[in-house]
Design a protein around this ligand. Structure first.
Ligand SMILES: Cc1cc2nc3c(=O)[nH]c(=O)nc-3n(C[C@H](O)[C@H](O)[C@H](O)COP(=O)(O)OP(=O)(O)OC[C@H]3O[C@@H](n4cnc5c(N)ncnc54)[C@H](O)[C@@H]3O)c2cc1C
Length: 395
């Protein structure tokens, strides 16, 4: 049986290994000159490949129950065993799993070695332009210069997130042409463009804090960690974590605000009392001087923006409200929300309308939180699609 995989990224390479393990002819078509480019950039080049703490809320989808059912089929222990067998010794950083070598290139290398060992054909510089179905139920995968006949096709084209070459929305175009429903891609895990502060003044600051997202005035989600303040708005892992909700709400026309708290470990009145204590013990200090050592210098004018009374300062530090105007775009996003609707595929990721056509990885309508969840989704769905696509012929 001929199995053609469209896209040689995390999900595509995993699918190829699982499909080829069952003795079929497996061909990966990759438009870049090399497979796995995005994988090499993951985790700042260190590849946070999964997370031992698997909670439902770490995966966002318009069909969360279905996403959970798919994930259950290949638990995190199986993902870690898969990589251990390929040669990756993993290390655990507070549940975030990395290769011990600290190199994403090692993860890509072992996947490619295994694919080669299993005789997967890797065709690079092959951009797939269309997938069509023949009258006998087989498929033709069209590239710019060739047509690849296939009994089974697995689409693993990822999403348009990031500036990395190869990032594309082509998978949704193929789905659309076949009448398969999808949710348009939108940037997720990305910085947010805001108004409501003098961003030029605070640009470059990195400070621990909490961001709370307000939609039409109602707080919906909060995340803590290192906030990064930029010339156009806000960034950093906590902002990434809330960004997909902000972007989707903006699309729906909601009023989207982000409130920053630069002293999240203390209630406002306790913080005001702390300021008072500092003033009493150093009566010679001005309000500006009082804040030195508590906040980064560039944030001090922000703390004094509403007045110099201590309770006013405490409120200003803990409630910096910004209007979110936009995402910083696909180029600065790590992943996309949206994708092929999970209602269009079986739990084995086969199209319900087109037997023999599978989807896996980020092209599906699931986006994970920061922490290894997006690659986890890619490995799990790649494994399920590869295994299932190869198995069917035996029946
Ligand atoms: C900077 C950055 C850091 C990240 N860090 C992490 C991390 O540490 N942990 C984590 O879990 N996730 C991380 N992610 C997210 C993660 O990389 C993706 O979710 C994951 O790579 C998705 O896997 P995929 O196989 O679905 O898509 P991809 O890995 O994007 O692979 C898709 C492949 O398909 C190819 N392709 C697309 N269209 C066509 C076409 N028409 N014809 C032929 N080939 C095509 C592309 O060239 C690409 O090689 C990060 C993302 C970025 C951008």
């Amino acid at each position: 049986m001929n199995i053609v995989i469209v896209g040689g990224g995390a999900a595509g390479l995993t699918a190829a290994i699982f499909a080829a393990g069952q003795g079929h002819t497996v061909t990966v078509l990759e438009q870049n000159e090399k497979p796995g480019k995005k994988l090499l950039a993951t985790g700042n080049g260190r590849c946070n490949l999964t997370n031992v703490d698997q909670k439902k809320e770490c995966y966002r989808s318009s069909r969360p129950e279905k996403a959970a059912r798919i994930l259950e089929q290949f638990p995190v222990s199986s993902v870690i065993s898969f990589f251990t067998e390929l040669g990756i010794y993993t290390k655990n950083r507070d549940g975030w799993i990395y290769p011990n070598s600290g190199q994403a290139s090692a993860v890509l290398a072992v996947l490619l070695m295994e694919a080669q060992h299993r005789k997967v054909k890797m065709k690079t510089r092959e951009t797939v332009t269309a997938i069509t179905r023949e009258t006998d139920g087989s498929y033709l995968v069209h590239t710019r210069g060739w047509k690849y006949p296939a009994d089974r096709v697995i689409v693993t084209t990822g999403s348009p997130a990031s500036e990395i070459a190869g990032s594309s929305a082509d998978g949704l175009q193929f789905a659309d042409e076949l009448g398969i429903r999808s949710i348009p891609f939108a940037p997720a895990l990305c910085p947010l463009k805001c108004s409501g502060a003098e961003f030029q003044k605070w640009s470059g600051v990195r400070a621990d804090g909490r961001v709370t997202l307000f939609l039409d005035g109602v707080p919906v989600v909060s995340e803590s960690g290192e906030l990064q303040l930029t010339s156009y708005g806000i960034s950093g892992i906590p902002v990434f974590q809330v960004s997909r909700y902000a972007v989707r709400a903006l699309e729906e026309g909601a009023l989207v605000e982000a409130e920053l708290d630069f002293f999240p470990d203390m209630e406002e009145d306790t913080f005001a009392a702390l300021l008072n204590h500092r003033m009493m013990s150093c009566t010679y200090k001005t309000q500006e001087e009082l804040l030195i050592g508590l906040l980064p210098d560039k944030l001090i004018p922000l703390a004094l923006r509403n007045g110099r009374e201590l309770d006013v300062i405490a409120h200003a530090v803990k409630h910096v409200r910004l209007k979110v105007k936009d995402s910083a775009g696909f180029e600065r996003a790590q992943v996309s929300s949206g994708g092929v609707d999970l209602a269009e595929v079986s739990d084995q990721l086969e199209s319900l309308r087109y037997p023999g056509l599978y989807f896996a990885g980020e092209v599906l309508d699931v986006d994970g939180a920061c922490g290894g969840y997006n690659l986890h989704w890619a490995w799990v769905t790649g494994a399920i699609a590869g295994f299932s696509a190869a198995k069917e012929e035996e029946e």
